[in-house]
Ligand binder design. Structure first.
Ligand code: AP5
Ligand code: MG
Length: 219
């Protein structure tokens, strides 16, 4: 079991590149954001809790996120992409302990570094599938049929946290709470900086180069 963490600001392209990693290498994609969006639809009690955090652009409390992750870890076998988790130092430390219990550890952290002005535009133009969560963009990643998902033909929607007011809150939280993780993983010599300003294929090439280097060609 290998664990690759994608770390970066909202809109930096973590979900987009995760999709490639799943398609090309069969990695298992674990996005805490996607998990939360799905719970939100299915469970009315949790809906209230998530309204107070997710819909406000705030982080879900660490203990709830860790419970969700514990639940997932016991069910999954394979190489994993962690998209948007961990994003606090508390989550990172707990994650290490959980992996250790399973004789596993983080193999590498990809830090998606991006100019803030660029990512606001990307988020404003983003649409996702209301059913599977696949990511699109009104400018640079249109579906084959307008506002219909290519995979399951369900409607594309805007995320509730994708408006300018919430983006500003999300960025502020990212810069104060998540950003310190970069130094944390740099100190552990696990982190590589990816230039996420570039177009998608070029971001992908950077990820590929690192994966090849780390694994001698064997992803
Ligand atoms: P989450 O869903 O993880 O959102 P995020 O971290 O804010 O990141 P995004 O999903 O917005 O961006 P992304 O980097 O995936 O970009 P994407 O590939 O879509 O979390 C949402 C919320 O859930 C949090 O605010 C919190 O409430 C909660 N939560 C989740 N995890 C948590 C945790 N661990 N602890 C506590 N709370 C948690 O790309 C964006 C757009 O840009 C798309 O339209 C895409 O097509 C386009 N694009 C991508 N790459 C490029 C490129 N290279 N060039 C041009 N366009 C591009
Ligand atoms: Mg995402």
């Amino acid at each position: 079991m290998k664990n690759f963490v994608l770390l970066g600001a909202p809109g930096s392209g973590k979900g987009t590149q995760s999709y490639n990693l799943v398609e090309k290498f069969g990695f298992i994609h674990i996005s805490t954001g996607n998990i939360i969006r799905n719970i939100n639809i299915k469970n009315k009690k949790l809906n209230i809790l998530f309204d107070n955090y997710y819909n406000q652009g705030k982080l879900i409390p660490d203990d709830i996120i860790i419970k969700i992750i514990e639940n997932y870890l016991h069910k999954i076998i394979g190489n994993l992409i962690w998209d948007g988790f961990p994003r606090t130092i508390i989550q990172a430390k707990k994650f290490e302990k959980l992996l250790k219990k399973m004789n596993s550890s983080i193999n590498h952290v990809f830090y998606f570094k991006i100019d803030e002005n660029k990512l606001i535009k990307r988020i404003i133009d983003r649409l996702i599938c209301s059913f599977c969560g696949r990511i699109y963009n009104k400018i640079n990643l249109l579906p084959k049929i307008l506002w219909i998902c290519n995979d399951d033909k369900k409607a594309l929607i805007k995320r509730k946290d994708d408006n300018e007011e919430k983006i500003k809150i999300r960025l502020k939280i990212y810069n104060s709470i998540t950003f310190p993780l970069i130094e944390y993983y740099l100190n552990k010599k696990k982190l590589t900086v990816i230039n996420a300003d570039m177009e998608k294929d070029k971001v992908w090439n950077q990820i590929m180069n690192i994966l090849v280097k780390k694994n001698g060609g064997n992803k």
